[in-house]
Design a protein around this ligand. Sequence first.
Ligand code: ZN
Length: 321
Amino acid sequence: MIIDGHNDLVSRIWRNEDVRHVHLDDAAEAGFAGGFFALYVPSPAPAPPTTVHYALPLPDPVPREEAARVAEAEYEIFCSLPVELATAAEDFRPDRVAAILHIEGAEPLAPDLSDLGTWYDRGLRSLGLTWSRANAFAEGVPFRFPSTGDTGPGLTDAGKALVRRCDELRILVDLSHLNEAGFWDVAELSSAPLVATHSNVNALCASSRNLTDPQLDAVGKSGGVVGINFAVSFLREDGHNDADTPLAEIVRHAKYIADRIGVDHVAFGSDFDGALMPAELDGIAALPKLVEEFRRAGWDEDAVEKLTHRNWQRVLGETWR
Ligand code: ZN
């Protein structure tokens, strides 16, 4: 059974683009039990980097009214998917797909948090403060290579209030896309395990989107988890957006995290339908091939089970209790 930390199926459907990776018809055979399904308000796609090293500017902020309108439309799409809403760790079962309602970038929310309760009642159980763009709550990382995530200021007062409220409601606060100052603010404010749903290791691929060793250590100490992102530009040592990237790159990042903070703190966070994947990993149907790659690399069944679902189940259970 495989639980995954991030996909962009909903925003892909909202944009009328063909589904590339999350073909739900393949779920049963692939053992895909679901995971985090993001509502994401897109920015215009930046021009792809043309240099080996790059520093793309942060996309412009999206006005709240516009973001709220997109989020409503995407919520309707989410509700129309043939999946079960996941609000408890036990909701994930091998015989069906369960979806965590996740907002990637808090722009749709009112800065006074007056609509957070409505979203909670709809089933919202995970929230990324930013998708890189600055908003009323926080600022994320611009896409840079090489760079750490130390790129800007921490949470705003509204952002701190949002994290405290999520802590009370037991909504998971996702650290992926957040800059380093914001990461440490959340680490101080939140009592839940620290979670980066779709990020990798900065020491192996020096993208601003990846976590430094001190950040990984903090995730481990909190009992949290890092979902390994399959996007090739966050995996490769050279940072190139090149699909000719072996599955062993995913194992390399997972092994680094397991060796450094323990095998209890690493899982999958594919970024399916949101990024360029290794050519061999063209959707959920290919997930068993990826799991085989871990077995070939010497991961025993206990470690494979933690990686594929037990770590997510543990962290979700502790966060949502
Ligand atoms: Zn993302």
